[in-house]
Design a protein around this ligand. Structure first.
Ligand SMILES: Cc1cc2nc3c(=O)[nH]c(=O)nc-3n(C[C@H](O)[C@H](O)[C@H](O)COP(=O)(O)OP(=O)(O)OC[C@H]3O[C@@H](n4cnc5c(N)ncnc54)[C@H](O)[C@@H]3O)c2cc1C
Length: 214
């Protein structure tokens, strides 16, 4: 099987012909209310530039989840008297090749370094559920966090069963601005078919805590 991933770029023809302002990353410029440079035209989705929650700069994140939430918010802002700001995205993605699952919630280490966030990473490997319960699959979790504060900046997950669940927990943690200490203490669902008393997410938190404390 050959996989060719060539990226995606909006044509922006209609927006350019209308004379709307473009942003620094080559997408349509919108403010926090998803208004374009013409206050009567709102935009969202693949064509628009939005705020990256961790980097706090405008980027294009061409994914279906952010596009749908922006669509709802833009429609509400058009119709209501008080507009609400879009809180940004961190580009959480997941993909499956046969049984293998990989996913990430960004930033990655290089992006964090370039943004001056002083990142550090840890990697852990653990089965998705208890070893004595049959059918466990190995999971690898990588955390990217800020050295001084322990704030989670991003995460990557690889494995099979249970990879999606851990990615969503980590994505929620990044969104909420949680630290690796919070991850160590997270109260996650456990019974033998689903996880361990110390979930891989808790173990990743312990490991990062140990590294920070030396
Ligand atoms: C093969 C594929 C797989 C994907 N898989 C995933 C995935 O697993 N997860 C994920 O998060 N994202 C995925 N995406 C990305 C996701 O589909 C897009 O991010 C999302 O659809 C963007 O929504 P949008 O509303 O900005 O644009 P679109 O969904 O492209 O909608 C734009 C609409 O505008 C219409 N249009 C264009 N020009 C005009 C015009 N001049 N007049 C009137 N109408 C016009 C188009 O026909 C289209 O219906 C995938 C994309 C592709 C192509």
């Amino acid at each position: 099987m050959v996989l060719m991933s060539v990226g995606v770029r909006p044509t922006l023809k209609l927006a350019q012909e209308t004379g709307l302002a473009m942003g620094p990353s080559g997408g349509l410029q919108v403010n926090e209310f998803l208004q374009t440079s013409d206050k009567n035209i709102f935009a969202g989705g693949d064509m628009a530039e939005i705020n990256h929650r961790v980097l706090n700069k405008t980027v294009r994140i061409p994914l279906a989840g952010p596009a749908n939430r922006q669509g709802r918010l833009a429609a509400n802002n058009i119709l209501s008297k008080t507009m609400k700001p879009y809180r940004g995205s961190q580009g959480t993605t997941i993909v499956r090749f046969f049984d293998a699952v990989v996913g990430s919630t960004r930033v990655n280490f290089i992006q964090a370094q370039e943004a001056g966030l002083n990142p550090e990473t840890i990697v852990i490997r653990k089965e998705n559920h208890l070893g004595y319960y049959p059918g466990g699959k190995m999971l690898t979790l990588l955390l990217i966090y800020q050295k001084e504060t322990g704030r989670l900046l991003g995460a990557q997950v690889a494995g099979e069963a249970g990879a999606d669940r851990r990615l969503d927990v980590l994505s929620t943690a990044v969104y909420a601005g949680l630290t690796v200490v919070d991850l160590a203490e997270l109260d996650l669902a456990y019974a033998p078919p689903f996880g361990s008393a110390n979930d891989p997410v808790n173990i990743a938190g312990f490991t990062a805590e140990n590294r920070i404390s030396g």
